[in-house]
Design a protein around this ligand. Structure first.
Ligand SMILES: [Zn+2]
Length: 380
């Protein structure tokens, strides 16, 4: 079987759509008018991805406030926030360029999603002529909605985590029921968990094992057959062309991440200084039997934070090098991250989000072609 290839999920939102989100926040347009812009950008994303040769497509998350907050708020500014949440929660991350992203704060129970990702899958299935994938958020991210210390009166932390796991399971099951071929779980907080950034207290609490155990509580509810198509995405962040945890030694995460009983992993690598080390660690720690499923390592061969377009030859060379450490039947190709995980992202290194969309398509085309060339060279 040729080396499979898959995108993480997001694409930059056209400036017109970003402006529509802002107008909606300001009450200048209705939700229906915002949705019309989202739908137009989603259709454009799917059609252009199909033209690149991408075998499995998404809407580029055009209808989502962000990869992390789509279940609980319509916009990043907090318009349409779900019940029992306030806007002033923990920082999810502080990025290297100084900007930060903040999560809402849980104020009471019960915790329920307002929007399930299957809504997007249903709409995308009606547009796409190729199989559709959907990225969903991990329970380990949303557990940070709970204040780091203390309890919420009348709603124990334990009850919250039970409710959260049920909601994430439902989110994934509904995506498959709506026709998604693959569902990947965004786990960008994994590497950040060892950051020890005093400005962001949760990153100093050694929470990685807790994250992994919580995520497995959900993943283990699925059969091996289902888990073949449930993935995990890891990265050092990718927002406004900046990162949040590239300085955290990757081994701290990679030595533990494959404890997750998922069938495949979308692993940032192209932007690492020492790629060989990443291939080695993935080869060493990924398992050919994770409770009944072999773990496929999709290696990041494209850097979505740089406007420089990789060549198919570079992609091919990276995959051939990776195959020296990772069995080729468990090797895939991906991008280091989504191209714009948050809806508001002007892609500063690219000059504009519209230009960044064009660049993204060129990069994806190079990945698809490079994976084909590597398959040929490796005889698979
Ligand atoms: Zn990412």
């Amino acid at each position: 079987m040729p080396i499979p290839t898959e995108l993480v999920g997001s694409l930059p939102r056209p400036m017109k759509l970003q402006d529509a989100y802002e107008s909606y926040d300001q009450g200048k347009i209705t939700f229906e008018q915002l949705q019309a812009e989202q739908d137009a950008a989603a259709r454009d994303s799917i059609e252009r991805l199909q033209e690149t040769g991408e075998t499995i497509v998404t809407d580029g998350e055009q209808r989502e406030s962000s990869f992390a907050t789509y279940p609980i708020t319509d916009t990043l500014a907090g318009t349409g926030l779900a019940d029992n949440l306030a806007g002033d929660g923990q920082y999810f991350a502080i990025f290297d360029d100084g900007h930060h992203r903040q999560l809402p704060r849980l104020t009471g129970g019960p915790f329920r999603y307002k929007t399930y990702a299957s809504e997007f899958v249903e709409k995308n299935q009606a547009i796409a002529s190729k199989p559709v994938k959907q990225a969903v958020i991990a329970p380990s991210m949303l557990m940070l909605l709970h204040p780091l210390e203390g309890e919420i009166p009348g709603y124990s932390r334990e009850q919250f985590l039970d409710d959260l796991c049920d909601e994430v399971e439902k989110d994934i099951r509904q995506c498959f029921a709506a026709g998604a071929k693959r569902v990947s779980i965004d786990f960008t907080e994994g590497r950040l968990a060892n950051k020890n950034d005093a400005r962001n207290p949760w990153t100093g609490k050694d929470m990685l094992q807790e994250f992994i155990d919580l995520n497995n509580r959900v993943i283990d509810r699925f059969s091996p057959e289902e888990r073949k198509n449930i993935g995990i995405h890891t990265c050092p962040g990718g927002d406004c062309d900046s990162v949040h945890s590239m300085d955290v030694p990757y081994e701290k995460l990679l030595s533990k991440m494959f404890q997750l009983n998922a069938g495949y992993f979308l692993i940032q690598c192209a932007s690492e200084n020492d790629k060989e080390k990443v291939y080695e660690l993935c080869g060493k720690y990924s398992r050919d039997d994770a409770n009944g499923v072999a773990q496929v390592c999709f290696i990041g061969v494209i850097n979505p934070l740089s406007p420089e377009v990789e060549t198919p030859e570079q992609v091919k060379d990276a995959l051939v090098a990776a195959a020296k450490h990772i069995p080729v039947e468990r090797l895939g190709a991906t991008d280091d991250c989504g191209f714009s995980p948050f809806s508001r992202d002007v892609k500063p290194k690219h000059g504009s989000p519209d230009f960044a969309r064009d660049i993204a398509m060129q990069k994806i085309r190079a990945r698809v072609e490079g994976a084909r060339m590597a398959s040929e060279e490796l005889g698979v």
